[in-house]
Design a protein around this ligand. Structure first.
Ligand code: PHB
Length: 359
């Protein structure tokens, strides 16, 4: 039987274990989206993960929705991310960059020229974001034109190219948690009447175009996709998540992708028994490498591998507080407790100063 702590092959990559690091927003980048100088240390400390998936990283200035999140849309970003990938590789790890566009989950103060955020439809989310003024309600978005959709797909392609230049092992397309791609997929946020809205086939078109653009750059085996079919975070909900995401997954099965990664549970939001049934049916439909995420510990992570529920498990909050999480889980050692007050923004405290086991 496979162990969480043994090597695994994913696409063409040989990874050292199945304990992956989930994407985690930490808000320590510079105002222009350049990763902060501590990012290199932070990720190097966590290179014992079988795979690191970076924090969500905007593909364009319009893709930004929170203060001090990193970008991958200019040379300064590429140079800073190069330091990160070099450090992770030197420490024997592997790292994918998560490509992000927030869509409507933004505020005019974070957008170029203080413009309205872009979204499939002009429907404001009942949600908040983090700005210079602290937590504020998100702004009412503007519906994207067909040209803006084409430009955004081109922005994903360009960001994927920058990610290659920066030395990543691959990229994850963030299609979860109520951000732009998810807003196109789910009917609650997509009321377009053109070829990008209405019927299911149309609502999936944007995801398909983004995935194909990114595959053009990377090849399918270095591209993963993250979904949250039953998530309600960021005011989401589809009228028929099983049909909607069943079609999404059937579509993704056509490519030889590195993996599918799903948010089975979101911190602080209780999943219902219906959600769990839907999630299991969707997982069963996926034919490739599957990364489970959401509230796992060492025992439940190993059980997910044993039962073939998942090929790997992505840990979020435990990785914030435990840079050597795989080792600690393997030794059943005590875990450091994450300090929520230092999750979003700040300095080294709560970022690069959590102790390792031996120190
Ligand atoms: C967040 O910044 O709160 C955040 C970012 C990306 C996610 C979820 C939450 O997928």
């Amino acid at each position: 039987m496979a162990s969480l702590f043994e090597p695994v092959k994913m696409g063409d990559l040989q990874l050292s274990n199945r304990v992956f690091m989930a994407p985690l927003t930490r808000n320590r980048a510079l105002a222009d989206g350049t990763p902060g100088e501590l990012a290199e240390k932070y990720y190097r400390q966590r290179a014992g993960a079988g795979l690191i998936i970076t924090e969500a990283t905007q593909i364009s200035p319009q893709g930004k929705g929170y203060l001090n999140t990193p970008g991958i849309h200019d040379d300064a970003h590429v140079n800073a991310w190069q330091q990160v990938t070099r450090a992770v590789h030197e420490a024997g790890g592997h790292v994918f960059l998560q490509l992000w566009h927030v869509g409507r989950i933004s505020h005019t103060s974070l957008q170029p020229d203080n413009a309205a955020p872009l979204a499939p439809s002009a429907i404001k989310a009942n949600s908040q974001t983090f700005t210079e003024q602290g937590m504020v309600d998100v702004s009412t978005p503007r519906a994207m034109t067909a040209d803006e959709i084409r430009q955004t797909v081109a922005d994903y392609r360009q960001a994927a190219e920058y990610a290659r230049q920066a030395g990543f092992d691959g990229v994850e397309v963030h299609a979860a948690n109520g951000y732009l791609i998810d807003q196109f997929i789910q009917d609650r946020t997509n009321q377009r009447e053109d070829e990008y809205g209405g019927e299911l086939e149309n609502r999936i078109r944007f995801l398909t175009e983004v995935v194909e653009a990114v595959i053009d750059v990377w090849g399918p085996r270095c591209v993963g996709v993250r979904l949250s079919p039953t998530g309600t975070f960021n005011d989401m909900g589809d009228s028929d998540p099983l049909s909607t995401f069943g079609a999404v997954i059937n579509g993704l099965n056509n490519y030889d992708l590195a993996y599918l990664h799903m948010v089975e549970n979101f911190p602080g939001i209780e999943s219902t028994s219906d959600d769990r049934v839907i999630m299991q049916e969707l997982i069963d439909r996926w034919s490739g490498f599957y990364i489970a995420n959401g509230g796992y510990d060492g025992d439940s992570g190993q059980a997910a591998i044993d039962s073939r529920h998942a090929d790997a498990v992505a840990y979020g909050r435990p990785f914030i507080a435990n840079p050597d999480l795989p080792l600690r889980l393997q030794q059943q050692a005590e875990l450091n407790v994450p300090d929520e007050t230092t999750f979003y923004g700040g300095d080294a405290h709560g970022y690069t100063d959590y102790p390792f086991l031996q120190s």
